[in-house]
Design a protein. Structure first.
Length: 365
């Protein structure tokens, strides 16, 4: 055979060929010798398909595994794209709703962690925008009401004045005084609205400098002393020793103190007591308290006291039968804005019949 002859010349050989019956075989031939003496040639033959069967099985398994991996990769990529794209599509839909004015639209917290964070941020932004818009609407509605009331009063009094100016000069003078009072009230309300808008919008730059709160409180106490005595009230001030200064705008802090003290005077009946206390807190911060022995505040009103135009009770009625002016309804809102612009905190503690304590905490120098 060819293998026999090849083995004699090369010592070892192998080949794949068909035998006389046409079957493919794998042949191996090697010389059997000792030294230079050749004893013979060993020829081995085995069916090729039998030898290659394990290899074929492995190759088929590898091809099946590779095919499954391709299918799995395609399916995983498709599902992954859906997992990522669907939340983004829904986020886009929510953003479109918000842009069309539907501020109640919210995104579901779903998908990858990055998409969840994006949805959470969008929801927070929408919630803040909705609150701001609702506050703006309430502000416009309240402002419209506050401005309409004195204008209506002025219009009515002008009509009466026209008919009384010749027949009853004293009545005419009375109506002129009322018109003048309503104009003052209207001007006061507009100025407060402009000031509040400027403070909250950051339109005014704070003139920050060291402020001695004891001296400032003394100024406020002296300014309101006559008004408090006319109302039958007693004012006092108690300052803790070695009270540190704060860094703030003297004018704005003066207005803050004025608003809080005026509020205490308005809501404390004759014979009452109002105390201003200045002390340090463990935080450490400087705490200013305005304590009054007034009528107190019901718990349901406390969360809203610093809202614009919020009033607990209707205005007291004057002798003329009309509501007596009681300020713009913006004093406490301005006080809160000034406090926040100085990085401070403001709050109130009160019980019905036991008076109220409005407090402010500011960071010392």
């Amino acid at each position: 055979s060819p293998e026999f002859r090849s083995a004699l010349s090369q010592t070892f050989t192998h080949s794949i060929r068909k035998n006389e019956d046409g079957e493919k075989y794998f042949y191996v031939a090697t010389v059997v010798d000792h030294g230079s003496k050749i004893f013979g040639v060993l020829l081995l033959a085995a069916p090729f398909d039998t030898l290659m069967a394990p290899t074929y099985r492995i190759m088929r398994s590898m091809m099946i595994i590779a095919l499954l991996l391709v299918v799995f990769t395609v399916v995983e990529g498709w599902l992954g794209s859906i997992y990522i794209s669907q939340p983004l599509v829904r986020l886009s839909q929510v953003a479109k709703q918000l842009s069309q004015g539907d501020l109640s639209a919210r995104s579901e917290l779903e998908g990858p962690i990055e998409t969840i964070h994006l949805s959470h941020t969008l929801n927070e932004m929408a919630a803040r925008l909705e609150i701001s818009l609702n506050s703006l609407r309430a502000f416009v509605a309240n402002a419209s009401h506050e401005l309409r009331t004195p204008l209506t009063t002025i219009k009515l009094q002008v009509g009466v004045l026209r008919s009384a100016i010749e027949d009853d000069p004293e009545a005419a003078a009375h109506f002129l005084d009322q018109i003048d009072s309503e104009i003052d009230r209207l001007t006061f309300t507009v100025n407060d609205m402009l000031d509040l808008s400027q403070i909250e919008g950051g339109g005014g730059t704070l003139n920050l400098q060291p402020v001695n709160l004891a001296d400032l409180s003394g100024e406020v106490l002296a300014f309101w002393d006559v008004r408090s005595r006319q109302a039958g009230l007693s004012l006092s001030m108690n300052v803790e020793s070695e009270l540190p200064n704060v860094r703030g705008d003297h004018y704005q802090l003066r207005r803050l103190f004025d608003n809080l003290l005026e509020n205490a005077i308005k809501n404390t009946p004759s014979g009452g007591q109002i105390d201003i206390l200045l002390k340090k807190t463990p935080t450490p911060r400087v705490r200013i308290e305005f304590r009054d022995s007034g009528i107190g505040i019901a718990p349901e009103h406390l969360p809203h006291l610093f809202d614009r135009f919020y009033r607990i009770d209707p205005r007291p009625v004057s002798d003329s039968g009309r509501a007596a002016p009681s300020g713009s309804g913006l004093g406490l809102a301005i006080a809160r804005s000034i406090t926040l612009s100085h990085g401070g905190q403001i709050g109130v503690n009160s019980q019905l019949g036991l008076g109220s304590t409005f407090w402010v905490e500011l960071q010392p120098i």
